[in-house]
Design a binder for this molecule. Structure first.
Ligand SMILES: *Cc1c(COP(=O)(O)O)cnc(C)c1O
Length: 407
């Protein structure tokens, strides 16, 4: 070997630019890096870790199942799938479940089944089905899903793109109405746009959308992969608006931050259009995934985590409002234990720079774009730790305001 030290060549494809923190272990809402430094995790795996790191209940479910059976392929049955389906549909007040692995696969599956319903039931013109989606949405990374992304970074150079999507402004019921035609099979929206920075539609949007979909015979699909499973203080974020969609996609927290577990839940008459062989997945519905999913559903069944998100969310809201009032945040959008915050532009701080400063103070979170960051700590966070996170955020922003002469 050459004696001269050479810079190591990167071996990981550079489709991420993580903060300069290398985590080696984690427990609850705290993670520890290779230097022994501890950080409060205020991103929680984009809500995949709603129940915290190293959760003993989830760990037990995984280790018990690990030694029994993990995967049989769907060519055979195992004893975890039927109970998981029964429990998840009961939790979400739905009729049927299709198990998949990643969130993007759940969204792809919902798109496929909605199109099939369109051709076979609604009788739309062959190959002409369209689905209405929102600008600034995030539904995953497959070629079909990025085909209707409005984010150039996520979309550019991945064409040719899948046709059949109509993009409307988020939360604009009149735009949805105008976009619907005889070949519209579904609308597909996030009830709250997560990646976009926890952006909420007007309160009357989801009820109006439900009514419009009924009038026009269009399936209402909500992507609750990030918003669902307790984050907003409800099992599903759409419960805030009191609506029942036709199909819901779930993911992230469904696997407890341990395994990728996703699902489409919804109407039996729609999901039962999937006949044997017409859709599938080697790992979808595997025994280990179902065991984790069952443990997640069981925790949500008690309502304890939804209540935590609601109650701690009040503290989160109040603390962020203080920072808004101090003039250091331009806006804070909060629902449950989930917030999108926009740094006051006069502070001259990008979201990325803020996250770097917070990391130095022992708090991890992630910018979404520009000067917006998203806060989503585990729902297991203590009131003290939440207040600690808010103290750190307030101090870092106040220091920046002082540095630019705006205190
Ligand atoms: C994360 C996310 C997805 C994609 O999930 P993956 O598991 O990364 O494929 C889809 N929709 C929403 C709303 C998400 O937040």
């Amino acid at each position: 070997m050459d004696q001269v030290a050479t810079e190591m060549q990167p071996m990981v494809a550079p489709n991420y630019s993580p903060l300069d923190v290398v985590i080696t272990k984690a427990d609850g809402c705290w993670v520890t890096d290779i230097d022994g430094q501890r950080y409060l995790d205020c991103l929680a795996g984009y809500s995949a870790l709603n129940f915290g790191h190293n959760n003993p209940v989830l760990n037990r479910a995984v280790t018990d199942q690990l030694h029994r059976v993990t995967l049989v392929s769907r060519a055979f049955d195992h004893d975890q799938l039927q109970p998981f389906a029964a429990e998840l549909t009961e939790l979400t007040n739905t009729e049927m479940m299709l198990p998949m692995n990643t969130g993007a696969e759940a969204v792809e599956s919902a798109i496929k089944v909605a199109r099939k319903w369109g051709y076979q039931v609604k009788k739309v013109a062959p190959e002409q089905a369209n689905i209405i989606v929102a600008a600034n949405s995030f539904h995953g990374r497959t070629t079909t899903i990025v085909s209707f992304s409005t984010d150039a970074v996520a979309k550019d150079f991945y064409g040719p793109y899948t046709p059949g999507f109509r993009i409307v402004p988020f939360g604009d019921i009149n735009a949805v109405r105008d976009a619907i035609d005889d070949n519209t099979v579904a609308v597909l929206f996030e009830p709250i746009q997560g990646e976009s920075g926890v952006v909420m539609p007007p309160d009357d949007f989801l009820p109006a959308l439900r009514e419009l979909c009924d009038e026009e015979n269009v399936l209402m699909i909500l992507d609750e992969i990030q918003s669902g499973l307790g984050r907003t203080g409800f099992t599903l974020a759409c419960q805030y608006a009191g609506v029942q969609p036709d199909l819901v996609t779930l993911g992230k927290a469904l696997g407890g931050g341990i395994l990728p577990v996703s699902a489409v839940v919804g109407r039996r008459d729609v999901l039962s259009l999937l006949t044997p062989g017409s859709h599938g997945s080697t790992f979808g519905g595997n025994a280990l995934a179902c065991a984790v999913g069952r443990a997640v559903v069981k925790m949500l069944d008690t309502g304890e985590f939804q209540a935590r998100a609601r109650n701690l969310g009040k503290i989160l809201h109040a603390r962020l409002q203080e920072i808004v009032d101090a003039g250091h945040l331009a806006q804070a959008r909060v629902r449950g234990l989930w917030a999108g915050i926009d740094v006051e532009p006069q502070l001259g701080l990008t979201g990325r720079q803020l996250c770097e400063k917070l990391a130095l103070r022992g708090m991890l979170c992630k910018d979404t774009h520009g000067s917006t960051i998203r806060l989503a700590p585990p729902l297991t966070i203590s009131e003290d730790d939440l207040n600690l996170a808010m103290d750190i955020l307030a101090e870092v922003l106040a220091a920046q305001a002082a540095a630019v002469g705006r205190n």
